[in-house]
Design a protein around this ligand. Structure first.
Ligand code: UD1
Ligand code: CA
Length: 448
């Protein structure tokens, strides 16, 4: 079965009250439309069409790296039926066509596939029951519970408004049915729009075998027309991702208080505390512990590694058993080897910390290559920037840095060397030597 997916994304989204085109509204760190595109892109033998209109340039630009999309312009937004009409000439004649909405972002691949298959029997719609159905098209059923029509909110009679089964907007047709039915719809309704939903009453008149699929997991089909609905979707999204992880054996303090803004892979047996935010591509190994309030951005946290409370990790790798925090910042391009530790108020950037090396308190480490088993005392600063360039510090295995040392790069501290507490180190220290660079203490008599 060939599949043509048409995603409607031309509307302005007036009800959102935001200057951004609606389909670019942010859901879990990405535009609404990105979620739909991701789902659609996973389908096999599928051609992808996106209908854009309002701020089309901005929308296309946001997805310029996706070369699979056939962009279709709807110059005037005359309704969902009119939008689909613009796509008809791009659709393969022998395809099943699925219409998705840019503002119904959480639809699953499985549901799309089921609906596409149903369409081989006749026009297929995806419905659900909604307690407060205001704003949605209502599904009108006649004898033997057969679908007869979809009535839009604006055109519904008081009795029709009582119907709680609603249209998700998502439909599937054989290409030839769709082309013929779209040709029949008119705009003689309250909104003066060409409604895609009117194809259903046309199909009923043609005595086609209308199919309907009613979903029980309604998060998949929640639409986004207002900022309040966007909030509902945001919660639904994170909760559904958390549940997927939970059911695979990931442990959470509270699945309602974790944000998944990206592509997050977590092994079973990892523990995630409250108010954790994952962003971008993230890997968390089994047995790892992510403390409360931590943010992990495009990073990998190894098995049994630990982030203590309020630690930020960006673009970095913590190997197995590494530990950071509380209140630590593992900045860009940092690698912490097995068992390496940084503690309270320590910031690390563009550095490699070797196995079992430790900086437990109040330290800045920048542009450093630190060997194994190094101990960095409290208050140590790697002075990596001379005002123009970033310079490197190399610290060999087993070195001991006394508290409150300033290490002025470029610098090399040889294996097993030491620095005296409070030293300003500007010259290399050879292997095994103690570098001291500070004023000598004098004990003076107190004035009487
Ligand atoms: C639509 C359905 C309604 C359904 C609801 C589910 C119609 C007529 N109504 O209503 O039955 O219950 O979705 O969420 O289809 N769009 C265009 N071009 C246009 C108009 C809209 O591309 O000319 C796009 C919008 O960008 C949006 C989608 O189509 O992504 C739906 O449009 P919207 O105005 O939000 O329709 P609803 O009133 O929500
Ligand atoms: Ca909508």
């Amino acid at each position: 079965m060939n599949l043509d997916i048409v995603i409607l994304a031309a509307g302005k989204g007036t009800r959102m009250g935001s200057p951004l085109p609606k389909v670019l509204s942010n859901l879990a760190g990405r535009p609404l439309l990105a979620h739909v595109l991701d789902t659609a892109s996973n389908l096999k033998r599928c051609k992808l069409h996106v209908v854009v209109g309002h701020e089309a340039r901005k929308v296309k630009q946001a997805f310029s790296s996706n070369k699979k999309i056939n962009w279709i312009k709807q110059s005037e937004q005359l309704g969902t039926g009119h939008a689909v009409k613009q796509a008809l000439k791009h659709i393969r004649h022998n395809s099943n066509v699925v219409i998705l909405y840019g503002d119904v972002p959480l639809i699953s691949e499985n549901t799309v596939q089921r609906l596409a298959k149903l369409a081989s029997k006749g026009p297929a719609l995806l419905t659900f029951n909604k307690e407060n159905p205001t704003g949605y098209g209502r599904i009108v059923r006649g004898s033997r519970n057969k679908v007869q029509a979809i009535v839009e909110e604006k055109d519904a009679s008081p009795i029709e408004k009582e119907i709680s089964e609603v249209n998700s907007g998502i439909m599937a047709f054989k290409a030839q049915d769709l082309t013929r039915l779209i040709g029949k719809i008119k705009n003689n309704n309250k909104a003066k729009e060409f409604y895609l939903t009117d194809t259903i009453q046309e199909a009923y008149h043609e005595k086609l075998n209308i199919q309907s699929l009613k979903l029980t997991d309604i998060d998949e089909v929640l639409g986004c027309n207002t900022l309040e609905e966007l909030q509902t979707l945001e919660r639904a999204y994170h909760l559904s991702v958390a549940k997927k992880h939970l059911n695979r054996g990931v442990l959470f303090a509270n699945i309602e208080r974790v944000a998944f803004r990206g592509d997050v892979s977590i092994e079973r047996g990892a523990f995630i505390d409250e108010n954790v935010i994952f962003e971008g591509e993230v890997f968390i190994g089994s047995g790892a512990k992510i403390g409360p309030g931590c943010i992990v951005h495009n990073s990998s946290i190894g098995k049994n590694a630990e982030l203590l409370a309020y630690t930020l990790v960006e673009e970095s790798v913590l190997e197995n058993n590494a530990k950071a925090g509380p209140f630590a910042h593992v900045g860009v391009q940092t690698k912490m080897d097995d068992g390496a530790e940084i503690g309270n108020f320590v910031e690390v950037k563009r550095s490699h910390i070797g196995a079992n090396s430790k900086a437990k308190h109040l330290t800045y480490i920048g542009d450093a290559k630190i060997g194994k088993g190094v101990n960095i005392g409290a208050g140590t600063i790697f002075c990596n920037y001379d005002g123009k360039n970033k310079n490197q510090t190399i610290i060999e295995d087993g070195t001991f840095i006394g508290s409150n040392s300033s290490l002025v790069a470029p610098l090399r501290l040889g294996e097993g060397s030491f620095t005296g507490a409070g030293s300003v180190i500007t010259k290399n220290i050879p292997k095994g030597k103690l570098g001291v660079g500070r004023g000598k203490q004098v004990n003076l008599n107190k004035k009487k």
